[in-house]
Design a binder for this molecule. Structure first.
Ligand SMILES: NC(=O)c1ccc[n+]([C@@H]2O[C@H](COP(=O)([O-])OP(=O)(O)OC[C@H]3O[C@@H](n4cnc5c(N)ncnc54)[C@H](O)[C@@H]3O)[C@@H](O)[C@H]2O)c1
Ligand SMILES: [Zn+2]
Length: 358
């Protein structure tokens, strides 16, 4: 088992990464010491793993809130049902929430915990690769609003994150590869050595070898933990984590959020961002080729929708990263070094959008 710490003064918390951690009652109870525990999971994950988890909480008052599967249920109505369960069971301020699931369950459970009695403690037990390396760490919690994704939320850090890579065996292949996009992202934006490791380790990762997964997740979480400790509320550096996301959001939005998984859109979005960086004279030919090769090896080289450059740009503008009318982009100077820029040649952006979106 590997351990990391997210350093945020009195809100600091550990991340544990290993195999079969759900069977480790001692670890679970040490980090969920409450007498009243609400387990939040969904209809896909709970039948697979909730039983295992429940064993660890045999001695305490454990209540379950199993929500329907799907991003469309990450809303205030579902959060409200969770609060109903907490109230009906007279859960006090000392109660804790345990989130067992992917990013949808984690974001919703975190949001429910942030609001109940002005904030109770919660622990993340992520079950998708995306949640392992991204959504479970950093304290962003939210639900969607009809007006936009993640529009209503709060920063509320978990008390601990317990990552059991054994849970990934049942993850559908597409979801797994989509999670790899976020792993690759860390190498690209801040760690060239990690990127080289990913190039060499892709076959082991695709085979979901536990030791390779523990290493990849540990390094990804360490990079995210460092960024979050320095810039919890995204006033600067944390924005680098949006690399590939502005183009990715355009892909997701153009296709109505149904055909592409988030990570798949981010994978192609990162290639577009790298290609623009190259066109601007920042990124070398060799680096662009390496990026294309790793994304292809991970099966993340899908062709974007041919919606036209103008429409893609329209959707990029609706994204949150617009400042004084210009889309701020995360660009690469080289593998392992990203910058935030609103100061790029529009002609290069137009040409890149034309190349990818037709
Ligand atoms: N808070 C943050 O910082 C942050 C960061 C990135 C993404 N997010 C959010 O995360 C969400 C996406 O998360 P996701 O990609 O994990 O999607 P998800 O939670 O919808 O999970 C994907 C699918 O896999 C299933 N599943 C989960 N674990 C499984 C397992 N072990 N075996 C089999 N099936 C399993 C789920 O039931 C679901 O059908 C979005 O709502 C996004 O906004 C949040
Ligand atoms: Zn993402």
């Amino acid at each position: 088992m590997k351990t990391l710490q997210v350093s945020l003064a009195e809100r600091s918390y550990p991340i544990f990464i290993g195999e079969k951690l759900l069977a480790d009652a001692e670890l679970l109870r040490a980090h969920v010491p409450a007498r009243q525990v609400l387990l939040i999971s969904n209809t896909t994950v709970a039948p697979l793993y909730a039983q295992l988890l429940k064993k660890a909480f045999a001695g305490c008052e454990l209540v379950e809130a199993i929500i329907p599967d799907g991003e469309q249920h990450k809303n205030i109505a579902t959060a409200s049902r969770v609060w109903d369960v907490l109230v009906a069971n007279r859960f006090s301020r000392d109660a804790m929430i345990v989130a067992l699931g992917g990013g949808v369950v984690g974001d919703l459970a975190g949001f429910a915990a942030a609001c109940y009695q002005r904030g109770i403690d919660f622990v993340q037990i992520p079950t998708t690769l995306l949640a392992d390396v991204d959504s479970s760490v950093g304290g962003k919690t939210a639900v969607n609003h009809p007006g936009g994704k993640n529009l209503v939320g709060s920063f509320h850090q978990p008390r601990a994150v317990i990552i059991d890579v054994s849970l990934l065996v049942s993850l559908p292949e597409r979801e797994y590869r989509a999670g790899l996009a976020e792993v690759i992202k860390y190498g690209l934006i801040c760690d060239a050595e990690f990127f080289s490791w990913l190039e060499a380790s892709m076959p082991r990762l695709l085979a979901r070898e536990a030791s390779a997964l523990i290493e990849a997740i540990h390094r990804s979480c360490a990079l995210k933990a460092g960024i979050v400790s320095r810039d919890e509320r995204e006033t600067g550096e944390r924005a680098l984590l949006n690399f590939g996301h502005t183009f990715g959001h355009a892909i997701e939005a153009v296709t109505g959020y149904t055909e592409w998984l988030h990570g798949e859109a981010v994978g192609t979005g990162m290639l577009i961002a790298a290609s623009l960086s190259h066109r601007l004279g920042m990124l070398s030919d060799a680096d662009l080729k390496r990026i294309g090769a790793v994304l292809a090896a991970a099966g993340l080289d899908r062709q974007p929708p041919q919606c036209g450059a103008a429409r893609a740009l329209e959707y990029m503008r609706v994204d949150k990263k617009v400042k004084s009318g210009r889309v701020r982009l995360i660009l690469l100077e080289q593998i392992g070094r990203a910058i935030i820029s609103a100061d790029y040649a529009d002609a290069a952006l137009d040409a890149t959008l034309l190349q990818y979106f037709g």
